[in-house]
Design a protein around this ligand. Structure first.
Ligand SMILES: [Zn+2]
Length: 81
């Protein structure tokens, strides 16, 4: 087993990890120059905001309807409006 085989194996694992990650990756859309997670309803976004606040102990997060599609986003980061 040379370096070659080792790197192929590593790439394969990385690809598998990527695929697994992709399965759980939520839908996102670009808002300005950042990508934000889309929530299909206001309720869903509000639950996500509460979870994020609880997990990160951050400031209160708001929710707003996306101007580019029929879904909702969280707001509260300094990059957001
Ligand atoms: Zn959006």
């Amino acid at each position: 087993m040379g370096l070659m085989a080792q790197s192929v194996c590593t790439n394969l694992l990385a690809q598998l990890a990527m695929n697994k990650f992709r399965e759980y990756e939520p839908k996102k859309c670009w808002v300005g120059d950042i990508q934000k997670i889309c929530y299909s309803s206001r309720d869903e976004a509000e639950v996500a905001a509460k979870v994020a606040q609880y997990e990160h102990g951050g400031p209160e997060l708001g929710v707003y309807k996306c101007e580019y599609g029929d879904h909702w986003h969280l707001t509260g980061n300094r990059h957001d409006k």
